[in-house]
Write a protein that binds this ligand. Sequence first.
Ligand code: AMP
Ligand code: MG
Length: 475
Amino acid sequence: MSTPVFENHYATLPAQFYTRLNPIPVASPALIKVNDALAQQMGLSSDWLRSDDGVAMLAGNHVPEGAAPLAQVYAGHQFGGWSPRLGDGRANLLGEVRGPDGQLWDIQLKGSGPTPYSRMGDGRAWLGPVLREYIVSEAMHALGVPTTRALAAVGTGETVLREAPFPGAILTRVAPSHIRVGTFQYFAAQQDHDALEALLNFAIARHYPELDQNDALGFLSAVTAAQAKLVAQWMGLGFIHGVMNTDNTHIGGITIDYGPCAFMDAYHSAMVFSSIDQFGRYAYQAQPEILVWNLAQLASSLLPQIDPDTHTAVKAAQEVLQGFGTAYTDAWKRVFFAKIGLHDGRTEDVALVQDLLLRMAENQADFTLTFRAMATGGPARDQFVDPTRFDDWAKDWHARLDGDVQTLMQTANPAFIPRNHRIEEAIQAAVQGDFAPFERLIHVLETPYTDQPDHSDLQTAPTKQQIVRQTFCGT
Ligand code: AMP
Ligand code: MG
């Protein structure tokens, strides 16, 4: 039962990178959940995390010896509009710990109280978004998608005022770093070249150690490749991030900042869930394009690091960004060819996938259930308002199939996703003090590619009454 050993690497960066401050203590910490498997992977003792000191740390009431907590500063484009200073307005980085495999993990408390970056916010989080992020980020991990993780959730015993008073909570978010495109933008906007260089080298060491220090172009290229792959994975799962602002775009190519995100039920390419995304800027199909836009902001922040001659730097950066299209298309093909069981997909097969998606959209077919049924030999056609629209497509599809496709398809098409209506149910129960639905959802989503007949109610699509059409930031 040992206490975590903190290393404070981000805190060694120059003072303009953060504000040193402790989390603000809460009234009455109560443990909701510890992620045992993750704690073990990080070399942390679950028993200690569950101890009084552990829970006090997770609530921000006790700063362990050796930790040097801080709030990180960053900037960002929010819905295309420039915000020169955002930063951790409701989060606190306690420091990093090193896992037995040598990997460094940021330990961050989200909902830990006001900071100099809180603007109008109260620095807190309520139970709903905390459980939502816990469920969805852990599901993403189990689905094989790079993401920040959830180490723990605690209740604060305080009330948080949103549309109504709600119980307060804190999520312990962990990740290899919390560096965003917006972190680079912050220093670029200030023309602080020394800080940019320090940030670049920190980010390279943390995420792309195979690169040489100061290799800004290599870094841009690596981020572009990682993000292209990430968004292709989102597309393959019907995941809509909802707030792809540059401050929510991670330079390690991992999913970060789960707000009004959602997995689609019925497929539609223009699907939007976020209540604040009125114009569909971050709709399902818009995600790759938005990502390029965000990467262009990273590129422009890195220009002085790429080459002292602006013209040369722009040209080199443009070449990298032009590579995004191919990188994304390749990643998309890998994802979707696997989904329909093609080991040796060819360019012509893109049309086959697109034809299926079009028919799904026209027939309100459930995205996850359609592909899962195809993978398990189930009646995929039942997902279609007009099942013959699937039958017609399936003729072409069967003609293309070769050999054993079930293994490939079953590992590419999950049985379970965190469906909106189930998340909402789990949150509503938790607000009443019943965490059983939350626990069950977490448990089932640990093995999303495995059929779990006892939990088939978590697999099915929502009924008309159950459909959740909008999701909220809850901030
Ligand atoms: P997000 O929507 O989580 O990406 O947050 C955007 C910005 O708003 C970040 O700088 C957050 O730290 C800040 N923020 C969001 N919610 C709050 C809150 N309740 N209190 C203070 N700052 C917040
Ligand atoms: Mg954010």
